[in-house]
Design a protein around this ligand. Structure first.
Ligand SMILES: Cc1ncc(COP(=O)(O)O)c(C=O)c1O
Length: 391
């Protein structure tokens, strides 16, 4: 009788099964016992009141409707929510439990094991895991910073490389986390020209603080392209990650055939909870107030960060969109050493290297942080940097 190998011998090689960041320094609590945590990105944990419970009252008691695209009334409400941006119909939408799940569906439907997808670097670290779990490799194009973020078009593969690497779709994260870069029309069109479906992750779309004429709404682009798949969900648009509701909007000449195939994947899971789908029309009536409160916090914090670091050796990268602020640190110390010094001062921040930021030393702080906490944490960071850069 064959023996089963000992754990972990029988695990597949899909996941990494190892801690992400084993070397991260743990912040030392201040004498008060407090850690100044500048990494909180859940609005409710940052004392931003989000969704009231009203959506739960008055839900109809209806038999479960196992529609692989998601409840029709929910998709109808979502189409109305998106319609000020572009003509979108309920038939173009498919509900998922999260944006992450929508990515997984796309990986399962469009990629065979060993195929690739093209993603930005810096990127969204979870995408590495989602792709790996589906047996898919990542090829990367670069975003660069030079006073503003932009896509480095020279880093895009040519047709021959796309074929050789078996690239099945390209991802734009716009607005991008943590850089806040919003893809311009020219950048989106350059990705579309690669000749594979374009997936736009726009979870931070309601949090664009500055728009330019060169921007192009992906939902507008979608109506004139072969296949554009735009992903978002309630976790950011309603500040409600726990509700577990995301969506995918398929647009373009191939959208209808694509959605019929996608139904096959989503029908295998049917993971959307009927209650949240029934409540979506009511939830969507609350999102514009929620988004306004969150944007007000972002703007307040953006000003606060600039004030704290004025005249210091820390460069605050402009917050154009999203929930993160990138701080570029002077090159006198390695990023790891800065992190250790900040941790010793009782401040918790995220390392720039977690996102592969193309800056020699940087940290990322949450722009949702409660302002008093943010100010206290940043002042400590400034004191550390001032001490290390004093001549
Ligand atoms: C760029 C980006 N996309 C997607 C997500 C996750 O969205 P969801 O909670 O809907 O899976 C996040 C979460 O932080 C994100 O930063």
């Amino acid at each position: 009788v064959a023996t089963i190998p000992k754990f972990p011998g029988y695990l597949s090689r899909r996941g990494r099964f190892e801690p992400k960041d084993p070397s991260a320094a743990l912040p030392t609590a201040l004498p008060s016992g407090l850690v100044l945590d500048l990494t909180v990105t859940q609005p409710e944990r940052a004392q931003l009141s989000c969704l009231g419970p009203q959506w739960l009252s008055g839900l109809p008691s209806a038999p479960y409707d196992a529609d692989p695209r998601g409840l029709g009334s929910a998709r109808g409400a979502l189409a109305r929510y998106l319609s000020p941006r572009a003509a979108v119909s309920a038939e173009q939408l498919l509900l998922t439990a999260s944006t992450s799940e929508a990515y997984a569906y796309l990986l399962l439907l469009l990629c065979d094991p060993g195929d690739s997808i093209l993603v930005p670097t810096p990127g969204y670290p979870l995408l590495d895991d989602l792709a790996q779990l589906c047996g898919v490799r990542l090829l990367r194009y670069r975003l660069r910073y030079d006073g503003a973020w932009f896509m480095d078009t020279t880093s895009l593969p040519d047709r021959a490389q796309m074929l050789a690497q078996r690239v099945r779709f390209v991802v734009a994260i716009s607005p991008h986390n943590p850089t806040g870069h919003v893809m311009s029309g020219a950048e989106l069109r350059a990705l579309l020209a690669l000749g594979v479906p374009l997936v736009v992750d726009e979870v931070f779309e309601p949090y664009v603080l500055k728009r330019y004429e060169t921007d192009l709404d992906p939902l507008v682009l979608g109506n004139e392209a072969p296949l554009v798949l735009t992903l978002s969900g309630l976790s950011k648009s309603a500040g409600a990650p726990g509700l577990k509701l995301g969506w995918l909007c398929a647009q373009g000449g191939q959208a209808s055939a694509f959605l019929s195939e996608l139904e096959y994947v989503s029908d295998a899971f049917l993971s959307v909870n009927q209650l949240v789908a029934q409540g979506l029309p009511q939830i969507l009536t609350q999102v514009s107030a929620i988004q306004a409160r969150i944007r007000a916090r972002l703007m307040l914090n953006a000003d606060l960060v600039s004030e704290v670091f004025f005249g210091s050796a820390v460069t605050v990268l402009p917050l154009r969109a999203g929930w993160s602020i990138v701080l570029r640190l002077p090159d006198v110390l390695a990023e790891e050493t800065w992190l250790q010094l900040f941790a010793a001062a009782g401040v918790s921040v995220q390392a720039g290297r977690l996102f592969d930021l193309p800056l020699s030393s940087s940290v990322v702080v949450s722009a949702l942080t409660v302002p008093d906490m943010l100010q206290a944490g940043l002042e400590k960071i400034r004191a550390v940097v001032d001490a290390e850069t004093a001549t």
